[in-house]
Design a protein around this ligand. Sequence first.
Ligand SMILES: *[C@@H]1O[C@H](CO)[C@@H](O)[C@H](O)[C@H]1NC(C)=O
Ligand SMILES: *[C@@H]1O[C@H](CO)[C@@H](O)[C@H](O)[C@H]1NC(C)=O
Ligand SMILES: *[C@@H]1O[C@H](CO)[C@@H](O)[C@H](O)[C@H]1NC(C)=O
Ligand SMILES: *[C@@H]1O[C@H](CO)[C@@H](O)[C@H](O)[C@H]1NC(C)=O
Ligand SMILES: *[C@@H]1O[C@H](CO)[C@@H](O)[C@H](O)[C@H]1NC(C)=O
Length: 423
Amino acid sequence: MERPGRLCALWALLLCARGGAEPTAESQMPVTNLSVSVENLCTVVWTWNPPEGASPNCSLWYFSHFGNKQDKQIAPETRRLEEVALNERICLHVGTQCSTSESEKPSILKEKCTPPPEGDPESAVTDLQCVLHNLSHMKCSWLPGKNTSPDTNYTLSYWHRSLKEIHQCEDFIREGQHISCSFSLTKMPDSNLEQHNVQIMVRDYEGKIRPSYSIVPLTSHVKPDPPHIKKLFFQSGNLYVQWKNPQNFSSKCLAYQVELYNSQTDMSVTFYTEEAKCQNSDFEGNMEDTICFMVPGVLPDILYKVRIRVKTNTLCYEDDIFWSNWSEQESIGSKTNSTFYVIMLLIIPVIVTGVIIVLLLYLKRLKIIIFPPIPDPGKIFKEMFGDQNDDTLHWKKYDIYEKQTKEETDSVVLIENLKRVSQ
Ligand SMILES: *[C@@H]1O[C@H](CO)[C@@H](O)[C@H](O)[C@H]1NC(C)=O
Ligand SMILES: *[C@@H]1O[C@H](CO)[C@@H](O)[C@H](O)[C@H]1NC(C)=O
Ligand SMILES: *[C@@H]1O[C@H](CO)[C@@H](O)[C@H](O)[C@H]1NC(C)=O
Ligand SMILES: *[C@@H]1O[C@H](CO)[C@@H](O)[C@H](O)[C@H]1NC(C)=O
Ligand SMILES: *[C@@H]1O[C@H](CO)[C@@H](O)[C@H](O)[C@H]1NC(C)=O
């Protein structure tokens, strides 16, 4: 390459131009009328026109990339469309070249940036996160920005390819500091999920805070519904667990966790599996969404409790972060034992309380028999010596009352004692 270049410099320019079958950078003209626009919420479209006076021998290709040489692309179209979370300014650089070769040096690059986001950066919501539940509805949550009033009225707008226009989320919930909103995605076509993104924008009703954007692929942050246990059975020392996967998910796209609780040891064991299959004739059918797992070395005379949860795997999805909720818990084993225990648990306290009451009553009687109340000699003395005093009249009344009540409640022995003393 160097040699012909030098030769060009040495010999006439005319010769060089004729021999230049492969165009040099200088020979290419830059694109014209590069402009940018935003569609939907964050579909950014850059368009441009071909260079003026392009060589007819050059089949034009456009080379483009973002700010720091990211996402290089060489294509013949005079537009580039990207879904970009517009939380910051983003710039596209475009140049022309005559081949698809990446090694070819393109023309001078032209640059066009999206308008910078408006508003105080500190006012934008933070921690904007969206989870796709059951592939059927999306729930996004966020924290208020620093410079926002606590009674800010938020709005969440969303858009995806199956929608004609931008929709507003209606179902807001406040959970402590977090604010969230969920919306349904039922209009989503099942096929080509991987090509779909949901564009999200959170701002306030009055337009005072800076909008926050998020682009959520439908292949990430997926939280499936819990599975349903269909059948538990013992066979030759193994426990078989059979369950139905949540709707909308194929078994090859899920990973599983089976939790086995042993009531005798009061301990749980958790099994993780990515491929759940049983080699068992009792396994019902070959239904795509019915899954089976075998736990070896299980004793049928112990009560077990089983529950299952699922999560997406990276074979079909971009991440595997979110476990589903646990399924309902199902029991197997000697169930009679459990009902017996429950009955015992209910009956024992009743019996114990009864025994205590009887014992207390008996003890009270016993106490009276063993320790009869000691009579007050002073009282009896005063009673013996006349009733001149007002005080003694009072005393007497009290004494009679006391005697009466005691006669009613106390044993015969007590009355006998009192009589003997007063005589
Ligand atoms: C650029 O746009 C202007 C006005 O829209 C138009 O007159 C001009 O022809 C365009 N340039 C090219 C190279 O298409
Ligand atoms: C284009 O190519 C043809 C033959 O392939 C050649 O005769 C012609 O001179 C070329 N024109 C330019 C402008 O290079
Ligand atoms: C999960 O999705 C299916 C189909 O889209 C739907 O019928 C079902 O009600 C959803 N489950 C929940 C808990 O929303
Ligand atoms: C939010 O809405 C309520 C009632 O619609 C209103 O009272 C309140 O002032 C609004 N908040 C702000 C920050 O404007
Ligand atoms: C999962 O559990 C949480 C908390 O118990 C509950 O609020 C939520 O509705 C459950 N989700 C499903 C799909 O059952």
